[in-house]
Write a protein that binds this ligand. Structure first.
Ligand code: ADP
Length: 147
């Protein structure tokens, strides 16, 4: 049984994230989507609980997928779920530089392997920050969010 975690802020969970999760499910038997949050920021736990519920509803009753909030180290979260793999998405060179550093650090402190999936070309421009910005300015962002 190969379990991977897919960690992120998912603020919000976009069609880009959904595509990475769906593709990861072709490689792994089960996927734990980890919504990371900073325990020291007030109001954060409520917001994250809401985000977890939304993501759960996106995956419906697919019992290969679990959605959990976590704070602290991602490798500790992975260990809690017996996951030997972390899945991350890569859109552009900027992602790569940041992600390689994270992956190297996690490899240094654990045996957990990071697996990268490149963004589908047509989804490579989709980011949570772009969706937040559009929404804040009154744009209907439904097309960037999974059904
Ligand atoms: P974080 O704050 O940890 O970077 P995000 O929620 O922004 O979390 O992203 C989680 C993961 O999803 C990251 O690996 C990011 O590169 C990837 N990702 C985000 N948007 C896309 C997309 N459109 N296509 C592919 N991967 C993506």
């Amino acid at each position: 049984m190969r379990t991977a975690i897919f960690p992120g802020s998912f603020d919000p969970f976009t069609i880009g994230h959904k595509d990475i999760a769906d593709r990861a499910l072709k490689i792994f038997d089960s996927l734990v989507i980890g919504v990371g949050f900073n325990i020291n920021k007030p109001g954060n736990s409520e917001m994250v609980a809401e985000r977890v519920k939304t993501i759960e509803s996106i995956f419906g009753d697919d019992d290969r997928v679990k959605v959990e909030a976590y704070s602290g180290l991602t490798v500790d979260f992975a260990r809690r779920y017996g996951a030997a793999f972390i899945v991350r998405g890569l859109r552009e060179v900027k992602d790569f530089e940041y992600e390689r550093n994270l992956a190297d650090t996690n490899a240094e402190i654990s045996d957990i392997e990071t697996v990268f999936l490149t963004a589908r070309p047509e989804l490579g421009f989709v980011s949570s920050s772009m969706v937040r910005e559009l929404k804040a300015n009154g744009y209907d962002v439904a097309r960037f969010l999974p059904k």
